[in-house]
Design a protein around this ligand. Structure first.
Ligand SMILES: [Zn+2]
Length: 121
């Protein structure tokens, strides 16, 4: 597919990197609503339920728990993640956001490309 008027141009001259679209220009963590909203550089807006992000937590502990749960037909649910909320958040460099959850869990680092991929890329 070709772009009329922009022959052989893969990005704007002002764009420092080809992944610029995956850079948030605005992030809001709404603790009361347990929602994360992101305005991306390319104009797309994403909104995430924080409970859903917990279910996708990329840290090693949660990944292992999910893999073990998938492999084992017997499900022993120690707690309901939907009952756990985010209490605070911070940026990690310029590539990720880290949440602290009400159960003390805080090792999940959600990089922006991952968040973007959760919202359809
Ligand atoms: Zn985790």
């Amino acid at each position: 597919m070709s772009m009329p008027g922009r022959p052989h141009s893969e990005s704007n001259p002002g764009d420092p990197s080809p992944a610029a679209a995956e850079t948030p220009v605005d992030l809001k963590v709404k603790i009361a609503e347990q929602r994360l909203t992101i305005d991306w550089r390319d104009g797309k807006k994403s909104e995430f339920d924080l409970a859903l992000l917990r279910k996708h937590c990329p840290c090693a502990t949660c990944r292992t728990q999910r893999e073990e749960a998938d492999a084992n037909p017997l499900k022993i649910l120690k707690f309901d993640p939907s009952g756990v909320g985010v209490t605070s958040a911070k940026l990690i460099g310029n590539y990720a956001i880290q949440f602290t959850w009400s159960d003390g869990h805080n090792t999940g680092i959600f990089d922006f490309r991952f968040l973007r991929s959760l919202d359809g890329g």
